[in-house]
Design a protein around this ligand. Sequence first.
Ligand code: HEM
Ligand code: NAG
Ligand code: NAG
Ligand code: NAG
Ligand code: NAG
Length: 519
Amino acid sequence: MGLASEALNYLSQISTQSIFVLAGLIPTVLLVLVVILNVLKQLLFKDPTAPPLVFHWFPIIGSTITYGIDPYEFFFKNRRKYGDTFTFVLLGKKVTVCLGPKGSDFVLNGKLKDVSAEDVYGHLCTPVFGTDVVYDCPNSKLMEQKKFVKFGLTSEALRSYVELIGRETQEFANGVLQGKEGTVNITEAMAELTIYTASASLQGKEVRSRFDSTFAQLFHDLDAGFSPINFMLPWAPLPHNRKRDAAQQKMASVYLDIIKSRRESGKEKDSEDMIWNLMNCTYKNGTPVPDKEVSHMMIALLMAGQHSSSATSAWILLRLSTRPDIVEELLEEQKRVLGEDLPPLTNENLSLLLLNAKVVKETLRIHVPIHSIMRNVKSPMPMEGTPYTIPTSSWVLASPGASSRMEQYFPDPLKWEPHRWDDDKGDKDAEDDEKVDFGYGLVSKGANSSYIPFGAGRHRCIGEQFAYIQLGTIIATWVRNFKLSSVGEFPKTDYSSLFSRPLNPARVRLERREKVEKS
Ligand code: HEM
Ligand SMILES: *[C@@H]1O[C@H](CO)[C@@H](O)[C@H](O)[C@H]1NC(C)=O
Ligand SMILES: *[C@@H]1O[C@H](CO)[C@@H](O)[C@H](O)[C@H]1NC(C)=O
Ligand SMILES: *[C@@H]1O[C@H](CO)[C@@H](O)[C@H](O)[C@H]1NC(C)=O
Ligand SMILES: *[C@@H]1O[C@H](CO)[C@@H](O)[C@H](O)[C@H]1NC(C)=O
């Protein structure tokens, strides 16, 4: 009796335990099954018309993590294995990477019926910019909006911007150090300076004065809309999205108020900012650009310019801090070209400072702010010179930044050396290059170019000139004021946001020069 009950007891214990063990195993077993099926699928089903698929263990996750940590390492590793064209899985989406100048051409000069930028960026950008602009309207309307902005950057406008940016930068330089020398966190410092310079010039004085108070927080909240998680969940009722939506409304209404008060006061245009310009633009169908759209375009310009320029200026100062010889050479160039007394900079002067511009150019070669440009494929795209046709279930990806890191185009590609552009026949190359007009003036197709940090095709940047002026003025003013030296190891890149910026700690040591040009 005793023995039997003990045995029963023992058996029941075993089975309860094993049920638990089994239950615990089920997810593991399922996962193993999913992984095995995923791997088998990759090994057994090979479509000869599809580019090679980057091997991955888990469906959906695919290569998201390795790509996300260091896209260039991911691109170059797979390029060695598969060549310039291959597909990987990014959060469940098949993305075909098209490397090199040919790949960039394929993606960026794709036909309107074949590729769509708004399908990829719309969900992310529309809540930040607002409706009816950029990716929340037909492409033909975007082309007109780009024309308004590009044509608004007249030579008078650019001339006045250099003066305004120079003044802001000098003021910032005056206050950035407590004493004669010190260290600054360069990413934060440049983010602040970029906002001041862009708002003082392009955005107008009302916006600039608000950045001393309310705008900074609004900008910060709006910017949270660009967090990478929003690629998946742009509409999720998360706190950062609620703040984003509130900030968009508030900021749009600030711009509307500025426009309204300018119109009501009956004032004449009294500055070269973009608000005045857009207030006076009319679409081809005869409709004046509605104030709401002016306001949303101004937000789009603020956001588009801020990250790319601030990350680039941070990289420039970090690079300069490792090359005191170039810093001295830049100052010598200014003294030689403009005079020992270093007069206040003008746009005409800036165009004579060749090394100054090469510093921008070389920094944008290695530190392109946008490492991946993506499009949704809308109709199957045969790829010339390959057996592949990219299906509509995929996105395509171009990486101009990968081309400009290729040894075949730029020997010792990761070496930062502005003088590598010394015998660059920049203008001649540009003349040879085919030009197209998508509705916002002639732009280079860049169809065979290994250096297109501003993109190519219908979505090409319209902020290039402005960025060069902004960055050029910042460099010139900075080297007049400071000697730079490096602190610790050169920072790695933070690829986790949409714009690649230096990973903290990223610090630069400054020593104020004895004689500072006052402007
Ligand atoms: C260093 C600075 C900058 C870099 C490297 C840069 C780079 C780029 C690139 C690569 C594109 C193409 C994106 C695509 O094809 O999807 C682009 C588009 C654009 N950028 Fe810039 N940009 C810079 C500064 C600016 C500034 C300062 C502004 C505004 C004043 C601006 C406004 C725009 C606009 C409106 C577009 C067009 C978007 C489209 O048509 O889809 N950018 N930029
Ligand atoms: C508005 O544009 C018209 C031509 O399109 C021009 O004649 C006029 O001077 C502009 N006004 C302002 C304030 O810019
Ligand atoms: C710098 O610009 C100013 C104003 O345009 C001009 O008067 C001066 O001649 C320029 N300097 C040089 C060296 O071109
Ligand atoms: C593309 O550029 C390379 C050099 O970078 C040149 O050898 C080649 O001829 C060019 N091809 C075309 C079609 O322009
Ligand atoms: C710079 O950043 C470090 C952390 O990376 C922080 O401890 C320090 O206080 C910052 N310095 C300034 C001047 O903001």
